[in-house]
Design a binder for this molecule. Structure first.
Ligand code: GRF
Length: 209
């Protein structure tokens, strides 16, 4: 059974997509053993509780540094023998020690086609605002392994979403979430759980069944 720890900071729609795919049996032999929010009172915590998943807030603001915060997260995840850490709308920085401890076992969903519209300061609605400002015709979402540099780890899956002339950042964000994020994040977890992801330098090869 693959033990999954999910890091959240907001509404938890990506968390919900994972829960739904596990409960439907599409993702097998996986269990979300903990949901950790970096902020108190977010709806992601309610979603976890509705599905009887242990959920806690380990608030970033309660720790004097990124390092101490990372150490607290490591203690939490190690205590539960977590095998895979999933960042699902998580808005805090994971410090280097954490990334090294869970090297190639942390995945993140980013709301753009990396390397476009990513890196420091590109989160939530901002990538969609920048995509519209730039005038790109296609955007989408990316699931990648987490490395020490933000949004720079080997890419696992991407899905494109075409931009419409009347899109606003809000309508675009909603369509990218519905058509891309909520599909490729659970899919990446399924592939990981089946041992089908092979990292070769910057590339991730998906092994056939
Ligand atoms: C979404 O834009 C997602 O792409 C980004 O965080 C935002 C909120 O996600 N990673 P969620 O609803 O909390 O999963």
């Amino acid at each position: 059974m693959l033990k999954i720890g999910v890091l959240v900071s907001g509404g938890g729609t990506n968390l919900q997509a994972i829960i739904d795919k596990i409960e439907s049996g599409y993702i097998k032999n996986c269990s979300i053993v903990t949901v950790v929010s970096s902020k108190p009172g977010v709806y992601a915590l309610e979603r976890a509780k509705k599905h009887n998943i242990p959920a806690v807030c380990i608030a970033r603001k309660d720790y004097p540094s990124v390092y101490e915060y990372g150490e607290a997260l490591i203690r939490h995840f190690e205590g539960l023998n977590v095998d895979l850490v999933v960042m699902a709308g998580f808005l805090s920085i994971l410090e280097e020690n954490f990334v090294r401890r869970y090297q190639n076992r942390i995945i993140n969903i980013h709301p753009a086609l990396i390397p476009s519209f990513c890196g420091k300061g590109y989160y939530g609605i901002i990538p969609h605002q920048k995509a519209l400002e730039y005038g790109v015709k296609v955007t989408g979402a990316t699931v990648h392994f987490v490395d020490v540099e933000a949004d720079a780890g080997p890419i696992i899956l991407q899905k494109a979403v075409y931009i419409k002339d009347d899109d606003t950042p809000e309508t675009l964000q909603k369509r990218v979430m519905e058509e891309a994020e909520w599909e490729i994040l659970p899919e990446a977890i399924k592939l990981f759980s089946e041992g089908r992801l092979e990292i070769e330098g910057r590339k991730v090869r998906i092994k056939e069944v």
